[in-house]
Design a protein around this ligand. Sequence first.
Ligand SMILES: NC(=O)c1ccc[n+]([C@@H]2O[C@H](COP(=O)([O-])OP(=O)(O)OC[C@H]3O[C@@H](n4cnc5c(N)ncnc54)[C@H](O)[C@@H]3O)[C@@H](O)[C@H]2O)c1
Length: 352
Amino acid sequence: MSNKTIGGAVIGYGGMGHFHGRQMLRIDGIELIGVFDIDPAQQQDAEEHGIHAFDSREALLSDPRIDVVVIATPNDVHKEIAIDAMEHGKNVVSEKPVTLSPADLEEMIAAAERTGKLFTVHQNRRFDGDYLLARHVIESGVLGDVFRIESRVQGSRGIPSGWREEKEHGGGMLYDWGVHMLDQMLYFMRGVKLETVYSTMTFITNAECDDGFSVLCRFENGVEWIIEIQTNNFISLPRWYVLGTNGSMVVEDWDLNGRIVTVLETGKNDCEPIVAGAGITRTMAPRTDETMHTVPLPAKDYPTDWDSYYLNLIHALRGEGEILVTHDQQRLLVRVIEAIFKSAETGEVVHL
Ligand SMILES: NC(=O)c1ccc[n+]([C@@H]2O[C@H](COP(=O)([O-])OP(=O)(O)OC[C@H]3O[C@@H](n4cnc5c(N)ncnc54)[C@H](O)[C@@H]3O)[C@@H](O)[C@H]2O)c1
């Protein structure tokens, strides 16, 4: 396939399907051949914008110009469409979450192995600026040995209406934002064993699907990584909060406001006690300025770059490089999601 323009198509032409259509129209090396959606309104919308809407999924999958199919339907039908597409000789990018159980994922991977087709998942938030920045700061060592990472996404409007509120379609926040945040964590920590998870879920605005969850993940090297997705917060906590032996970092928001504070004199202990409620404390007294160094975040160096996902896909399809999102990464992610559901249900720590 070297240097050939990849023929792309989208199945499920809703919100994210439109995004993929735009990417294929915009990015060199891939072209949009057409789309298919079971909703006639989406089909009409495509045609009105000069995009071919195939009459059926079969018609799309039978078109020899199409090399890769992106699946952007609700979560419960990714598996069925992915297997069908691979059996028609198409490479497949599934939207996240790839599917809803480890057994289903194995069926998808078996289809990829049987047909020899590329099968991967759109984990685009590996290219989010806030994540790239947090990774860079942690890896730079400026914070010392990082022992706790907290990653949060919080809103106040509950689950968006539609299939995301329905369990049968793979609704809920763990399958929605949770998958992105877990993928970021597992990709960052690859090579370090995740030993246990402990989680709780909330059902404040929806009885059927979680409208938020918290999970504490413990890795074999001692790092604790907390992920919280909530949709009932009227005051949000920072996007990232990181503690190391030599400093702390906060990334307040998607605009990458925040700061890195490092300690200059760890031994200095001669502070004045402060009043804390009815008592006084030296332990919790703030440090004096001369013992700390505060810098703003290097925000402009870390733009969000979702195009890189597509560039990797194009390179991999041309045989010019490895695909970024692998089967084994997805296997682990789906297992961790299963463990989070189990922990929330049983109230117990789950060992992986
Ligand atoms: N990676 C990301 O950043 C990101 C962001 C949003 C959504 N997503 C994922 O994208 C997928 C779609 O989400 P969305 O927000 O676009 O949903 P959406 O409801 O806006 O669109 C889904 C579309 O799929 C169509 N559809 C349903 N079943 C179909 C079928 N069997 N065949 C063809 N079309 C079918 C629906 O008619 C609808 O138009 C989900 O898996 C979601 O998790 C990913």
